[in-house]
Design a protein around this ligand. Sequence first.
Ligand SMILES: [Zn+2]
Length: 423
Amino acid sequence: MKRTRCDVLVKNIGQLLTVASRNGPLTNPDRHSLGIMEHTCISIKDGKIKDIGGDAGRIEAGTVVDAYGCLVLPGFIDAHTHAIFGGSREMEFSMRVKGKDYLTIMEEGGGIRATVSATRKASKDELFDGAIRRLNRMVSWGTTTCEVKSGYGLSTKDEIKTLEVAQMLQREHCVDVVPTFLGAHEIPEEYEKDKSSYIAVLANEMIPQVAERKLARFCDVFCEQGLFTKDESEQILKEGARQGMAAKVHADEFSNSGGSEIADRVGAVTCDHLLYTEEEGLASMKRAGTIAVLLPGANLYLMKKKKPPVERMRALQIPIAIASDFNPGSSPVMAMPVIMSLACLLYGVTVEEAIAGATLNAAYAVQEQDRIGSIETGKDADIIVTDVKHYEELPYWFAQNCIRSVLKAGRIVVDSIKGGDLN
Ligand SMILES: [Zn+2]
């Protein structure tokens, strides 16, 4: 009887979601799109998926992970976070609950500028220590890859410092970190009355230095009323693209800012938020093949009722990803299963859209679709083993962690049976 060998075997899988797709990101995913297999196993060799299925009794493995008949799926990819920052903003939560608006909170020393000031004061080690604790929590909720933006430094030195911390995290932590340069997150106080000079610093100083040192894969802009206009955003993103950084846009969060309308002109990989996006913006995203990244955590914490045009995205077959937007002000949520629940409950995203949006479509959102996002032969063995039987349970059990084990490139990094995370 022929026996095969592998490094790690995940056996007794009750329901496996492969989320494999031959035709790019999933649009209008349904149950069928999730690539469900039942009563199966996964063999892993050299950190990659070697085989799916087969007789587990005939497979020899150095390590065996028993799924006890439960649900197994690809590791989550959080395609939009601001996980590196100094200071804390819990006081603002208390103020917002009491009804204070954004401007009042700013006047009382809160808001993004409080984080900018604390981030500028923090050393690299301090920023690293804070971020690594956040990544530990993220992985315990199943995140195996995480996009991280700069944008709380807003000076050449402090933006570079933040991106160097992202590099340290990539070296030291099991979660893969995809760095994005977001110098155009806000206009720093010292340039308040002279935005054009700040844009010149972005274009002539920050982007060239970040690009030369290969500190970021993407360039992002906060295109919004009172921040960067549509034309300014286009200028910054084109400069980023010219220097090798693909474009992402914070678009249409508080108004129809035009952020999505420039998608085709800058070749945007993603447009994110999209609460106020209208037909012109959607058409531009469709032409550019842009992924819509929806961020319902910010709706919850800002107590906003506005929803993105999910129905129109479906009609136009624009692929949807979901992400945490984890940040200290408007979305202190880092658990992707919680984000899945919120996407379903607040935006009317289907459970299947939420799962594709946190796995395969999110892989496209960080341009890592050839390596991660689905469980297919040859891809990295980034795998979540849960303690539930059916995929619908993931968003259903709101804020209850159903993740039992997490494998990152075939290595067990979370094992809740043995207790705690092992990264
Ligand atoms: Zn953001």
